[in-house]
Ligand binder design. Sequence first.
Ligand SMILES: Cc1cc2nc3c(=O)[nH]c(=O)nc-3n(C[C@H](O)[C@H](O)[C@H](O)COP(=O)(O)OP(=O)(O)OC[C@H]3O[C@@H](n4cnc5c(N)ncnc54)[C@H](O)[C@@H]3O)c2cc1C
Length: 384
Amino acid sequence: MKNFDVILVGGGFLGLSTAYHLSKAGSRVLVLDKGDLGGGTSSACSGRAQVCEGYLDPLNLMLIKEGIKRHETLEEELGMSYDWKRFGLFLIIRTEELWKRWEERCEILTKAGIPTEMVARAELEKAEPAMNTAGLLGAAYSLEGLLNPLLFTRAYAQAAERCGATILSHAKVTGMDVEGGRVRAVRTEQDTYGADTVAVMAGAWTPTVTRLAGVETPVRHTHAEALVTEPIPEIIHNTIELADFYEIIHGKQQAVAIGFGPVPNGTLVITEAVTMTDKLHAGVSHWGLSHLAVEIVKLFPCLAKTRVMRSWGRPTSFTPDEEPIIGWMPQVQNLFTATSMVETITAVPLVSEWMAMMIRGESPPVDMGRYSPARFSGGWSWHS
Ligand SMILES: Cc1cc2nc3c(=O)[nH]c(=O)nc-3n(C[C@H](O)[C@H](O)[C@H](O)COP(=O)(O)OP(=O)(O)OC[C@H]3O[C@@H](n4cnc5c(N)ncnc54)[C@H](O)[C@@H]3O)c2cc1C
């Protein structure tokens, strides 16, 4: 049996970035993914480094501010470009109540060093002349980040391999041997591996993997559908999203909330039609795609004849309190878990470095105890 210091289950943003920091610090690391690297949810996302839509608590605000700063030098550190750039975001607002709420959020965000401002409808029309602004009050504006998720995945994987990590795709974890309260071995369909520590970073699949060690993780998922159009002329200049995007989809059996923007090759990536389900799959529905199309054409009528080139769906995981799970599982001594981050792309450069420190038994510069899975030790309930 081949032995490693750390086995990471999951080759998405979280697993690969943590593998990079662990192997850079000298740990012998094995990453196992059941499919292609990034083939879970990471490579299927919009590539936005979001800055202003999440929680406004001090830890999250710091992660956003410092995460964006870290991206500015990360391509050089990893030795590969992932098409990082700063990009404008309009969060469009349709009600007085939402306008008031965003005025307050803008103040908090700006004070925390994440400049965000309210933009009246007339200004929004000037910035986005092709937009149908009927019924809109205006928008909140911020400067977020944008990257190519496929390249971001590859940059971390290549840098981890250069530091000595072994990364195996198409290596599904099918079993774990637990003895004396520790995982002693991880089994795939092909091999068995030993490790001092096992870290499960399997996104929405995390419960199915920790269950192999006899541990239930409180994670569920929604299934989100997205599409990409043919290249279009330069008529949309910023990422555009509904300010109440998350409220629209929250807790619904089926809902469509629009978030979209141009990517560097001139196409338009449009998200999300969301379905609550227990099934983990990558499929799309006629319902999802047609509703996404209807919503986008309401906002940009000039897109009515634009062709859809491709569509896809992926699970997005969440926890009972909608905060991430990051830390040691209380039931098994050497089992670490990380999943369900909110602004994943923004925060992952920092969080992965701190997770690597935790796994190596070091203290990260910031206490992430509030994300510990131990908070669910007394049980949990789902609100929606
Ligand atoms: C349409 C859409 C748009 C999004 N847009 C954004 C965005 O713009 N910005 C942003 O920050 N976030 C976005 N997200 C969310 C983001 O994609 C996720 O937060 C992120 O990809 C999660 O990364 P991860 O590493 O935790 O999980 P994943 O990328 O899902 O990685 C988990 C990996 O575990 C592997 N795995 C599962 N089971 C096993 C097993 N038994 N053995 C071995 N391997 C296994 C899977 O194959 C998978 O590759 C979006 C999500 C969707 C669906």
